[in-house]
Ligand binder design. Structure first.
Ligand SMILES: [Zn+2]
Length: 271
């Protein structure tokens, strides 16, 4: 069984600073526990849906933008029992680990040294994670080291198309995945550089011979939020025939015995 729990579906600077949609990323429980893109509020959202950061094995961070990596250090503190135990793995863009011209690294060396393994893989690299294999996929983003993935599990493949503009090879990297988690920042044809809009995703899906069973829309920006991502999702679904769902915090996908189920979790009460 594979479970994917979303801790938000927000993306971009204005959704992030207003928290009109949560920005906690998502969590995959397969043969390993993998936390993906812990934006602002990830730790709080994780506990709200009973995800214990002390049980996370792998932290994956697509790139060094705040909406994807803000909570990286506190998640690592969870993974390492408050930096008392060398434990866990980070798999991240080079900019996250080393910084770039405009950014410091997203984690201090204190936190990085507390982990067992630190990877900065390139597109095409494969990392084995228990019974699963993580294939690193490329992106075209303003952070040039941005990476996505395709996680190959016994229940089928889960793709994550992180922040990217449309490019033709996206199809080859993600064709045949059962679940395609896709950062769709803008509605209709309102594309901005380095991000996908609804029209790009329709084009991508139409070009795929083997289409995903489910597309999950995430990284919803302010324009998308007010254009109604639900309308955009049903448009994608009508035009391509691919089931399209808008992520939100507490949304859960369960892949079991060749079936895919969807749940909406209730948040736990905070004290
Ligand atoms: Zn970005």
């Amino acid at each position: 069984m594979v479970e994917i729990t979303f801790l938000g579906s927000g993306g971009g600077r204005f959704i992030t600073i207003t928290q009109l949609r949560s920005t906690g990323g998502f969590f995959i429980k397969s043969s390993k526990s993998i936390y993906v893109d812990p934006g602002p509020g990830a730790l709080v959202r994780a506990w709200r849906y009973k995800i214990d950061p002390r049980k996370i094995d792998i932290l994956f961070i697509s790139h060094r933008h705040t909406d994807h990596c803000n909570d990286a250090e506190v998640i690592v503190e969870g993974m390492t029992m408050g930096v008392t135990k060398k434990r866990g793995t980070i798999i991240a863009a080079r900019s996250v680990i080393e910084g770039d011209e405009e950014h410091t690294p997203a984690l201090s060396s204190y936190h990085l040294n507390s982990l067992e393994e630190v990877y900065t893989p390139k597109p095409g690299d494969k990392i084995s994670l228990g019974n699963d294999t993580l294939l690193i996929t490329p992106s075209l983003h303003s952070d040039p080291s941005n990476i996505g993935f395709r996680l190959k599990t016994p229940e089928g493949d889960i793709s994550y198309i992180s922040d990217t503009q449309y490019f033709e090879e996206l199809k080859e990297w993600h064709e045949g995945a059962r679940v395609m988690i896709t950062s769709i920042t803008r509605p209709k044809d309102m594309r901005i550089p380095y991000h996908l809009c609804t029209e790009d995703v329709i084009y991508l899906l139409k070009s795929m011979k083997e289409k995903p069973e489910v597309v999950v829309m995430t990284h919803i920006g302010m324009k998308m939020h007010f254009a109604s991502p639900y309308k955009e999702a049903s448009f994608i679904q009508n035009v391509t025939g691919v089931k399209t769902i808008v992520a939100k915090e507490g949304f859960k996908i369960i892949m079991r015995n060749n079936d895919i189920f969807f749940r909406t979790l209730k948040p736990a009460r905070n004290v």
